[in-house]
Design a protein around this ligand. Structure first.
Ligand code: AMP
Ligand code: ZN
Length: 115
């Protein structure tokens, strides 16, 4: 738990969200400002600040998180139409919340390259 971290507070249920998936190590919840018909955030319950801070000890946790992202895409009907998984890191990528999270976005067409 990092002091003042909003996603640590979500993981501890101190802040209410629409939870889509949860297990001992991961929680997924709907983004409060959805950018697509499906917009779900996946976070490790453990505080990891950015992509730059992941380590060998996080490999199985994050591998499992990606498996759950894939499964959730399936349950939300976007596996075949397609989806995007985004992790923003630091200023140039526009990271706003400094607790590692992956966006699962789907249900519409996305342009490439990203803005
Ligand atoms: P990022 O720019 O990758 O750091 O994205 C942070 C995301 O967290 C944004 O899409 C916000 O809408 C979302 N967000 C921030 N606070 C909450 C919250 N309390 N519940 C749900 N989503 C949130
Ligand atoms: Zn945190």
């Amino acid at each position: 738990m990092a002091e003042g971290c909003i996603f640590c507070r979500i993981a501890k249920k101190e802040i209410e969200t629409q939870v889509v998936y949860e297990d001992e190590h991961i929680i997924a919840f709907k983004d409060m400002k959805p950018r697509a018909p499906v917009h779900i955030l996946f976070i490790p319950k453990k505080h990891i600040t950015t992509m730059n801070d992941i380590g060998e000890e996080d490999v199985s946790l994050l591998g499992r998180m990606f498996l759950k992202i894939k499964e959730t895409a399936g349950t939300h009907g976007i596996s075949e139409s397609g989806y995007r998984v985004v992790i923003n890191c630091n200023k140039n990528a526009g990271q706003e919340v400094f607790h590692l999270h992956a966006h699962l976005l789907g249900g519409r067409l996305f342009s490439w390259p990203p803005g």
